[in-house]
Design a protein around this ligand. Structure first.
Ligand code: COA
Length: 321
């Protein structure tokens, strides 16, 4: 028995911000952003759109494509680090919108690895028999915790949501999943103020992401390489056995460096950074949906998903679509 992704949906806000628009806000250039990050534009939520609004649209799209009725959903897990409010969690808000009122619904805060964490947990629910139909979402409005006057971060981050429906299956689905974390890296990428230790009302404007970009870059490459190697080794596979690598979309140079170290040709790596930017927990399902929609990925393909994010957290999912 496996758990299997039966459909994928995503949503990107239609408010697109180009590099040229950022040039007018901070001391940067389209050339710098493209060459250092691979990003050309990003979608930013409108002021009245919260993370759950994006998540619900992605979930609706996944449900529509799945052929299930929404009443079949018996588990909702959302990866996000930009929840609508401290509580209730985004999963519950999605649940209420779908008109479901008795299944577990919760969010997982693992930053850019949030979707991989959520998928890992949902996989276990399905394999244990506790869930027969799970909705797994990665959704973010990173624009709300981005300092639009800080050129080190504002060129990178964006908003979006992606969702999958997961069901038990006798056909191969999720083959292997691994998640991990190392909190000693916490101060390389963090938001100083939030809810408990340093409530936001104590200090205005200090709830923006702080990042040591160079150090994040180095650790990201090392961890993404090592988790891919570990996943392949544990499953007696080589890179040649993988049809597609879908890494977290953080920076094209991180993705290229990891692919090079793995010996994976870039033709087999899904890159959607140019139009998505870094949407944190939404990045992998957004990329998966795009690559299915444009016909690159099809049923039966063997795919390696790779997440990496603040914490640091990281993880992989090896699956057959
Ligand atoms: N536009 C123009 N110049 C910029 C800039 C911008 N948006 N951001 C930084 N710079 C400047 C720096 O101030 C620095 O100037 P200096 O040499 O005068 O000090 C110069 O560009 C080089 O900066 P550096 O930090 O060395 O650039 P980089 O090649 O490492 O690229 C990042 C910076 C942030 C793009 C890169 O380090 C990165 O992507 N890191 C990973 C971040 C990430 O993925 N975070 C999320 C993880 S989930």
């Amino acid at each position: 028995m496996y758990s299997r992704i039966i459909s994928v949906g995503s949503y990107q806000p239609d408010n697109i911000v180009t590099n040229e628009e950022l040039e007018r806000k901070v001391d940067t250039s389209d050339e710098w952003i493209r060459s250092r990050t691979g990003i050309e534009s990003r979608a930013i939520a409108k002021p009245d759109q919260a993370t759950s609004d994006l998540a619900i649209l992605a979930a609706d799209a996944a449900i529509k494509k799945s052929g299930i009725t929404k009443d079949e959903i018996d588990l909702i897990i959302v990866g996000t680090c930009t929840p609508d409010v401290a509580t209730p969690n985004v999963g519950v808000i999605i649940q209420e919108s779908l008109g479901l009122n008795s299944c577990p619904a919760f969010s997982v805060e693992a930053a850019c690895s949030g979707f991989i964490y959520a998928l890992n947990i949902a996989n276990k629910f399905i394999l244990s028999g506790e869930s027969k139909c799970a909705l797994v979402v990665g959704a973010e409005t990173l624009s709300r915790i981005t300092d639009w006057n800080d050129r080190n971060t504002c060129v990178l981050f964006a908003d979006g949501a992606g969702a999958v429906i997961l069901k038990p299956s006798e056909d191969t689905g999720i083959i292997y999943s691994e998640i991990s974390a190392d909190g000693t890296y916490a101060d390389l990428l963090y938001v100083p103020y939030g809810t408990s230790r340093k409530p936001i009302h104590e200090k205005e404007n200090d709830y923006f992401l702080q990042m040591n970009g160079n150090e994040v870059f180095k650790v990201a490459v090392k961890k993404l390489e090592s988790i891919a190697i570990n996943t392949l080794k544990k499953n007696n596979l080589t890179v040649d056995d993988i049809d597609w690598l879908i890494p977290h979309q953080a920076n094209i140079r991180i993705i290229q460096a990891v692919a090079k170290r793995l010996g994976m040709p870039m033709e087999k790596v899904i890159v959607t950074l140019a139009e998505h930017g870094n949407t944190s927990a939404a990045s992998i399902p957004l990329a998966l949906d795009k690559a299915i929609t444009d016909g690159r990925i099809s049923k039966g393909d063997r795919i390696l998903l790779q997440g990496f994010g603040a914490g640091f957290t990281w993880g992989t999912t090896l699956l057959t679509l």
